[in-house]
Design a protein around this ligand. Sequence first.
Ligand code: SF4
Ligand code: SF4
Length: 342
Amino acid sequence: MSIELTCSQFDEVLKELNKEYTIFAPVKHEGIGTYSGTDIVRYSEIKDVYSIIHDEKSDFSPKEIYFPITQTLFYFFNDEEVVPQIDDKKYIILMRPCDINSLSILESVFIKNGGNNGDYYYKRLRDKIKIFMLECREGFDSCFCVSMGMNETNNYDIALRFNDNKVSCHFNNSEFDKYFQDKGKKTDFSPEFVKSNQVKVAVPDINKITMDMFQDDIWSEYTKRCIACGRCNFVCPTCTCWSMQDIKYDGQPNAGERRRVWASCHVDGYTDMAGGHSFRRSNGERMRFKVFHKVYDFKKRFGYNMCTGCGRCDEVCPEYISYSNSVNKLAKLAEGANTDGK
Ligand code: SF4
Ligand code: SF4
């Protein structure tokens, strides 16, 4: 079923939904962007339709809702530990197709990877989520979702098209029908997807990856150029590393909390071990690790790539390092071609 509503009708629906759901969408935050005086689009709670940024790519992915940047795992006091509760209110998240597809990747990391013991903290947030898909027909300059096969999905409850003060809705889940009853008019809307991106990425054939490619000279460029800021990891919808922090409260030597906090495979200290050892000391080695992890070893384990082609990493890098181009270089290597000319 599909219907078309005016924005004000859709706003009324959101207000009704908001009684049962916390609703998240891309929202513009003015003046706190990367550069002085610029804005940033990040996922935030919304109360009305007019806050939704549907025509720009969000700088951060929705990952920070279901895998928060900082998350308290438990509080401790003497010999007791208490796991923090979360509220019962369910979530609706407005997401683009590539970001919806990133959920399958996170599912592999947080749920399937643990045998019968999926990640409790991830699962309890993921289980709250209903998905309203933001239709994406054109993509943006840095996207390469088509190359990664992440441009389409049927994994949504409702698909939305915003057009000329109208919102078209296509329903995949009758659970939401009651909110839309007696509103709008029937249409034949069904969502369309990006068919082609400006950026094309050749994904390497994992059967053609050989050990000598780990030592190839293509990685040394990144040792010179990368400043190990980790920004590419933090905007990525599929990077899932964290480190642990035990926080002791001032004046209470036996009380505190354990948190997990996002970490980055690019930053100094990430692979440091006891005895002063470190697996990847140079920034080129770290870039190599990330690229191989995204398009080689994850795929070997789970059968698909750990990258949606959202292009956020290419946009956010202060050193103009192109991850998409690094994948292309690896693909050329795998095909035995010369990578000169970058
Ligand atoms: S590696 Fe880059 S393009 Fe791929 S999902 Fe992460 S941020 Fe997006
Ligand atoms: S590749 Fe770019 S964004 Fe990523 S750590 Fe290096 S300098 Fe920072």
